[in-house]
Design a protein around this ligand. Structure first.
Ligand SMILES: CC(C)(COP(=O)(O)OP(=O)(O)OC[C@H]1O[C@@H](n2cnc3c(N)ncnc32)[C@H](O)[C@@H]1OP(=O)(O)O)[C@@H](O)C(=O)NCCC(=O)NCCS
Length: 144
């Protein structure tokens, strides 16, 4: 894997301002119960732009980027983060573990939930592309 293939940062821009960001990285070795592989992370949408489809659009862009490189993608969140759990449900994630710490992140309460989704047959060969969420935001991609 080249350095250019192991991480991606995407942002959403509204009226010239970044209102959301998210990343993906490749974990090259298992660590404390977290398997090797691609992980979604760092997703945050500005409170004034939530429920506009931006989180979904940035996640779709990252998942499709991973599908061009691997058969599985992981993410984790606090067990009480309803917004995150509901938003990621659209991607077919299945719970694989509950841990107090994952890749350096600590649970707010007792556990973080670790999920994995596997690439659907019809997504083989898909390449990442620019996406447009429900609102006026533009999603942009760059490698960090
Ligand atoms: C989680 C987060 C990224 C969602 O981003 P968003 O842009 O508001 O989400 P979307 O508008 O794309 O929502 C898509 C779907 O997710 C679900 N969803 C999103 N926010 C939700 C909430 N607060 N409660 C319940 N379901 C929610 C809904 O099904 C929603 O579809 P709908 O609006 O048609 O009902 C955002 O709330 C956030 O930045 N939270 C703080 C940081 C965080 O928790 N990040 C995730 C760490 S893994």
């Amino acid at each position: 894997m080249s350095d250019l293939d192991d991480r991606l940062v995407v942002v959403a821009v509204v009226d010239g301002k970044i209102v959301a960001a998210a990343k993906t990285h490749h974990q090259s070795a298992p660590e404390g119960g977290a398997p090797e592989g691609y992980y979604l992370g760092g997703l945050a949408v500005h409170p004034s732009h939530r429920r506009e489809g931006i989180g979904l659009a940035l996640t779709r862009a990252r998942v499709e980027w991973v599908w061009a490189r691997a058969d599985a993608v992981h993410y984790f969140t606090d067990e009480d983060n309803v917004a995150s759990l509901q938003m990621h449900a659209a991607f077919g994630f299945e719970e694989i573990a509950r841990l107090s710490t994952i890749l350096g992140a600590q649970a707010n309460r007792e556990h973080l939930v670790l999920f994995r989704a596997t690439r659907p047959e019809n997504q083989r060969g898909v390449v990442a592309h620019h996406v447009r969420p429900r609102g006026p935001a533009d999603a942009e991609q760059s490698r960090s």
